[in-house]
Design a protein around this ligand. Structure first.
Ligand code: TYM
Length: 324
């Protein structure tokens, strides 16, 4: 299988990114051809993105990904803007994309509703995402649940291009892991995201004390009667716990909860302990990598490998539409 996925360099990798995507990326390296992209063109759609921050965030993110277990020898790890073929394919694909489909993207609608100035990049964001994937003829894309609609659109775009110009692109299928939907700690009805503020997310590399505090103040409920459905905040803590703790531990606590005996402080302490244990190897490797001076070379080599595929596929797409 050819796997493709991307992540925005916004300055912080949070648990949603890690459990929703990166952990799957690492596992999929076994036996597949993987292409992972730091999507800096996409990051430009953030109105408050500063040039210096973006420049540094790409390197930092690359180091985070390597610390998580992405192996740039086996896998193609690169920065999107180092392969400008992405933007050219984006334009071609835009011309087979339905305007109506773009107006229906929930992520666009949400972001547009939240800000005064809505840039055109935000509207075109999902077309660029389709270009990222289709440029590598990827058939599988490991992502969190929030990206399903964008992937559905990528399939529609591939289908429409193939129909008009002849079969070229596979229709990319999502791969969803167990952590595909991690919610905010402070407002568990919304997804964990950096954009809502620091109390909403847990950073992968955040200081231990800060993680402890955030888990302690995570929203729960005032206690449920036996048989009553679990509240979103408690369900989210259990979701994260299941990703880091042995089944017996989770089952034990679930039983206590069902019997109305679970103290949330205890649940949070157990979660904190297992989470820190699970993240320890990644955090230690990241600290060692901080001194690594060759990250620019690693990314340049990744871009060289990506470009070989990108040039060939873009050349074919250009020829199909009559731009050769
Ligand atoms: P980004 O940078 O917002 O997020 C990177 C990955 O993390 C997942 N994710 C989550 N998973 C579970 N729970 C959460 N709370 C959570 N928050 C984020 C995302 O689903 C994503 O998989 N549009 C993409 C970047 C992109 C891309 C692509 C992805 C650009 N081109 C091509 C796949 C293929 C994005 O904004 O990711």
């Amino acid at each position: 299988m050819r796997i493709f996925s991307g992540i925005q360099p916004t300055g912080v990798v949070h648990l949603g990114n890690y459990f929703g995507a990166i952990r799957q990326w690492v596992e999929l390296q076994e036996g597949n051809e993987c292409v992972y992209c730091i999507v800096d063109y996409h990051a430009l759609t953030n109105e408050d993105m500063k040039p210096d921050v973006l420049r540094e965030a790409r390197r930092e993110l690359a180091l985070d990904l390597i610390a998580c277990g992405i192996d740039p020898e086996r896998t193609i790890l690169f920065v999107q803007s180092d392969v400008p073929e992405h933007t050219e394919l984006c334009w071609i694909l835009g011309c087979v994309t339905s305007y109506g489909d773009l107006t229906r993207m929930t992520q666009f609608k949400q972001k547009a509703a939240e800000q005064e100035f809505v840039n055109g990049g935000l509207f075109y964001y999902p077309v660029l995402q389709a270009a990222d994937i289709l440029l590598y003829l990827a058939d599988h894309v490991p992502v969190g649940e929030d990206q399903l609609q964008h992937l559905e659109l990528s399939r529609r775009i591939a289908r429409r291009f193939n129909y008009r110009f002849g079969e070229l692109f596979p229709e990319p299928q999502p791969i969803l892991g167990k952590g595909a939907r991690i919610m905010s700690l402070a407002d568990p009805t919304r997804k964990m995201s950096k954009s809502y503020g620091p109390e909403h997310y847990l950073g992968l590399m955040e200081p231990e004390e800060s993680i402890r505090k955030k888990i302690r103040s995570a929203v729960t409920d005032i206690g449920l009667k036996p048989g009553q459905e679990m509240s979103p905040g408690v369900a989210n803590l259990f979701t994260i716990l299941e990703l880091v703790a042995p089944t017996e531990v989770v089952e034990g606590l679930r039983r206590e909860h069902a019997e109305g005996k679970l103290l949330y402080k205890h649940l949070k302490d157990v979660l904190f302990r297992h989470l820190m244990e699970a993240l320890a190897p990644v955090r230690e490797r990241r600290a060692e990598l901080a001194a690594r001076g060759d990250i620019d070379e690693v990314l340049a080599a990744g871009a060289d490998r990506a470009r070989v595929i990108a040039r060939e596929v873009l050349g074919e797409a250009r020829a199909r539409v009559g731009l050769d």
